[in-house]
Write a protein that binds this ligand. Structure first.
Ligand code: ATP
Ligand code: MG
Length: 615
């Protein structure tokens, strides 16, 4: 495959050889074929969005393709949006193009700055920049409401060219006359108005002469079309609402199906990628582009729409409305609750941009709906953290272990109070050439171990502490278990053992005594207590909202358990958002919100070491 390189093309900032690293998919094939054929090679770009005349004055577009991500700023982005972001920004990056961030704010609902900011942050965090700004994050995203003037002009053009009419039927009449799959629609009695009459009425609509809902502007296409979306769809409605950007300038607003293709065209988008539910809208998209290009309003070639299957993830809900319900009904602590599939929630849970990008690549894009198993997402995080997350010891369910002969063995060094310095590697396999870093901590007479590491009567195959058995305290000495003290109800209060001298890890004597296991531990002298939030899936049902089910009913009552753990000093000194592997337990992140370095450690379980769900 060869990508034609126009003489003036600047190398894209972060271009990668696509075919070398990325598995192909139908969208990549379409783009590669368009680049080969030069479908978009003649396009011009005036530096800002605009109509045909505007772009004609511009330079040949140095961006080989233009894609866009067009969120409605009405909620926080979720993992499904992350797929769309990685797809659109990733394709632009890989093919020397540009991806636009456009707020789709044509609906005059109150736009919330909180949502706008969170969307910008999410895209930045995922590692992308927008509108060709090459890392300048202050670049303003585009907003669809800036195009209202053009949209109105395009509507007047359609009216004048006989392609649109003002319909005064009631909403019920319109619905009844639309027909259905088996029945063609019936022409509106207002369909045969002249362009002049329609223009006069449309201007009256704009000038506020008519009530909300009393009339709409409709495209004049075909009331008998087998595609119901082509049966004269409404393109403008009357709606007295103050818009956050345009205030009270307008009392008519374009319908989404009309606005969206125009937004794409003004921005010179080449490949407009959306989810499958818009497939039936594609004929109207093309119809509208054809009309406005033939009228000379929009630059040729027009953008094309392509559909892919939206992400459905098991045990997860991806609807902004339903996620909002979880927040407002206090089922979770907020949009960034680590159990939420929002980007802010995933981030607080310990997900990394690399893990989400890997996930998007791994699931790929398809043309048919399917469910992706949640473990695929978890696997991507594990894969990313495996090599980079610092290791550390944390005891999640602590019981004290007393080394009864400690004072005797170290009599010369201070007896019972003696603390033996120990180390363990920060990473078991540091990257090539990277220095081997060590964590430092101390071993003394008393250490914390996991309660499950002691059994009075060991089950078959049990290799940890039981009377008479020898194990190594990782990085420390081999010890021999002698028993345990219990309280009146029989609970173990202290496990007892003796330390075997001269068996320290890394010393010549370390191999002299055989230990059946090596266990993690934290010294009582320098362990720090930490809040650890053990998260599990938010829902028990793999498809919590499928088929209109009430997803609230399948909320997992045990999706959060908080434990007080004891962690080694290096973990207590974590900075917020730092990721770790707590040896044997899984990957954890220092909570971005509540963790205080050194004084109040708080960790979230990001993902276990192995996929254990359902086992
Ligand atoms: P919701 O239904 O949750 O409100 P939406 O599709 O209305 O989502 P938008 O803000 O309109 O949200 O979406 C912005 C972009 O993200 C759209 O191009 C849409 O196709 C894409 N998108 C949204 N949800 C998913 C998903 N689950 N999988 C893939 N892409 C998605
Ligand atoms: Mg939407």
């Amino acid at each position: 495959m060869s990508i034609p390189t126009p003489a003036n093309a600047k190398p894209a900032a972060k271009s990668a050889a696509p075919e070398a690293v990325k598995p192909s998919n139908f969208l990549r094939q379409i783009i590669e074929s368009d680049l080969e054929k030069g479908t978009y090679a003649q396009r011009r770009w005036a530096g800002t969005p605009g109509d045909a005349a505007h772009h004609a004055k511009g330079e040949p577009d140095t961006a080989k393709i233009r894609t866009r991500f067009p969120p409605e700023p009405n909620g926080y982005l979720h993992v499904g949006h992350a797929k769309s972001i990685c797809l659109n920004f990733g394709l632009a990056r890989d093919y020397g193009g540009v991806c636009h961030l456009r707020f789709d704010d044509t609906n005059p609902e109150k736009e919330d700055l909180e949502y706008v900011n969170s969307i910008v942050d999410a895209i930045k965090w995922l590692g992308f920049d927008w509108n060709g700004s090459q890392g300048d994050y202050s670049a303003a995203p585009y907003q669809a409401s800036d195009y209202f003037d053009f949209m109105y002009r395009a509507a007047e053009y359609l009216v004048e060219a006989g392609h649109a009419y003002v319909d005064e039927q009631t909403a019920e009449q319109m619905r009844a006359n639309r027909g259905d799959f088996g029945k063609p629609g019936i022409d509106s009695p207002f369909r045969s108005r002249t362009p002049a009459e329609n223009l006069a009425h449309f201007r009256e609509m704009r000038d506020g002469k008519h009530e909300d809902g009393s009339m709409v502007l409709r495209a004049k296409i075909d009331m008998a079309s087998p595609n119901i979306n082509m049966r004269d769809p409404a393109i403008y409605r009357i709606r007295r609402a103050t818009h956050h950007n345009t205030g009270d300038t307008w009392c008519i607003y374009p319908m989404y199906t009309f606005a969206h293709p125009i937004e794409d065209a003004l921005e010179q988008i080449t490949h407009s990628i959306c989810t499958l539910e818009f497939e039936d809208q594609r004929p109207f998209y093309d119809w509208l582009m054809d009309r406005l290009c033939e009228g000379g309003l929009l630059a040729n070639p027009a953008p094309k729409q392509y559909e892919f299957a939206r992400l459905n993830l098991t045990y997860v809900i991806t609807s902004k409305r339903k996620l909002a319900q979880l927040v407002y009904d206090h089922k979770v602590s907020g949009w960034d609750d680590p159990r939420m599939p929002t980007i802010v929630g995933l981030r607080r849970r310990g997900y990394t941009p690399a893990a989400l990008q890997l996930f998007a690549e791994r699931i790929g894009v398809t043309k048919s709906d399917s469910w992706i198993d949640y473990s695929t997402l978890e696997g991507c995080l594990r894969e990313d953290l495996e090599t980079v997350a610092h290791r550390g010891f944390a005891v999640l369910n602590p019981v004290k272990l007393v080394l009864t002969n400690w004072g005797e063995v170290f009599a010369a060094q201070g007896g019972d109070a003696y603390l033996e310095p120990c180390t363990q590697p920060v990473l078991p396999h540091p990257a090539d050439g990277a220095p081997v870093a060590e964590r430092h901590f101390t071993l003394g007479k008393e250490v914390w171990i996991e309660r499950e590491d002691y059994e009075e009567t060991p089950p078959k195959g049990y290799k940890r502490l039981y009377p008479g058995n020898k194990v190594r305290l990782k990085g420390g000495f081999v010890i021999e278990c002698t028993g345990a003290n219990r309280d009146a109800t029989g609970n173990v209060t202290e496990v007892l053992a003796t330390v075997i001298p001269d068996t320290k890890s890394g010393t010549p004597g370390s191999a002299t005594v055989k230990a059946s296991a090596a266990i993690s531990w934290v010294g009582v002298a320098n362990g720090v207590s930490a809040e650890v939030r053990m998260y599990d899936r938010l829902f028990l049902d793999a498809q919590p909202d499928a088929g209109g089910k009430d997803f609230i009913e399948s909320l997992n009552p045990n999706s959060l358990k908080v434990v007080t753990a004891i962690v080694e000093p290096s973990l207590a000194n974590a900075v917020p958002d730092q990721k770790f592997q707590f040896e044997r337990h899984g990957y954890f992140v220092a909570d971005r919100v509540d963790h205080v370095q050194g004084t109040k450690p708080v960790f979230n379980l990001a993902v276990g070491l192995k996929d254990s769900w359902g086992k």
